[in-house]
Design a protein around this ligand. Structure first.
Ligand code: UDP
Length: 238
């Protein structure tokens, strides 16, 4: 198998945007960008622009959702109609329902939900511009917004995808690499403990490639995790 691209970490790849195989797209994260939300964050990575608002913990009025001994963490992922090349039809679809669900599942292990019985914490993720990797961008930004809201957490959750494009295992797939590539592997983790809270895979990887992709994604997560921390420090000082 041609995997020399991963052997030394020094070679550059033939990626369309000129990145090395283990290079993230340029990114920035800002906390506390919305006045009316309890917590908020803005994240850009490559051509993705994502805004997150967090409300709560607050009383949950829907009795069938209420948990007597903990809060529920509800996430809503939405893509703006103008966020993609072909206008996206407004409103929820199968994809956004799936991403909302996996986002909630990826964030839940980090949040001390048991501190807020019968409550809800609501996370709204708005994708303003999309360029591949929006579910990961949403999770990473949501975690910063939860911290900004003062929600007690065991750790941040940070997400990043790796995958295979042009026969090469690469970090942080662009939209082109996602659409034309051979595999996409979004990963979310808690950087302090190393616990993985989301693992999805689309496409085909050999066992060896899978392990390399996980390692790349986890390294990418750690770099993004530093930017999450910095975003909170920039807002509140250290
Ligand atoms: N995309 C699009 N139209 C859609 C949904 C997605 O153009 O209705 C693009 C968008 O750039 C997105 C990419 O396809 O980031 C990959 O989508 P995927 O479902 O793999 O999720 P993501 O990688 O964004 O988490």
């Amino acid at each position: 198998m041609a995997d020399s691209n991963l052997s030394t970490g020094t070679e550059t790849s033939a990626r369309a945007d000129g990145r090395a195989f283990d290079e993230l797209r340029p990114f920035k994260i800002e906390a506390g960008v919305l006045e009316r939300a309890d917590g908020s964050a803005y994240l850009e990575i490559g051509g993705n622009k994502v805004l997150v608002a967090v409300y709560g913990p607050r009383e949950l009025h829907i009795r069938r959702l209420m948990q007597p001994n903990k809060a529920v963490l509800r996430c809503k992922y939405n893509m703006a109609p103008f966020s993609v090349d072909d206008r996206k039809r407004p409103g929820p679809d199968r994809r956004s329902v799936e991403i909302s669900k996996i986002t909630s599942e990826a964030l839940t292990p980090a949040v001390f939900l048991e501190k807020f019985p019968r409550s809800t914490i609501d996370v709204f993720i708005e994708v303003i511009e999309a360029e591949g990797g929006t579910r990961c961008a949403g999770i990473t930004a949501a975690s910063v917004a939860l911290a900004d809201a003062g929600i007690p957490m065991r750790d941040m959750v940070v997400a990043c995808a790796a995958g295979k494009s042009n026969g090469q295992v690469v970090l942080d797939l662009s939209e082109l690499e996602d659409k034309e590539g051979e595999a996409d592997l979004p990963v979310a983790m808690m950087p302090r403990t190393g616990d993985i809270t989301l693992l999805q895979m689309d496409g085909h990887l050999t066992g060896d490639e899978f392990e390399k992709a996980i390692d790349l994604a986890m390294d990418g997560c750690k770099k993004l995790g530093e930017a999450q921390k910095q975003a909170i420090i920039n807002r509140y000082g250290d």
